[in-house]
Write a new protein. Sequence first.
Length: 93
Amino acid sequence: MPINEVEILEPLIPIKKTLADGTLPISESNLYAGIASGRYPAPTKIGRRNFYTPSVLREIRESFKSPQTGSNAETSASADLENCATENWESTK
């Protein structure tokens, strides 16, 4: 990596929070069953807690979208995800 190039790290968002606020529109048991089957990526574990980055959450949410979903819904979902990430990041400072 060149000296002038900086890697930007994404914040970690607790999975419990994403399930509670509707960022991931599935139940906790369905999420973990999907992780076990390989449908969803494994979360980042820190101690007993599990986290996803906003980009991984975006990928999971996109797997739920139907072909009829319009660009307004996609923009709204991305904005919700970014707001969630920002709120979580600010609360950990």
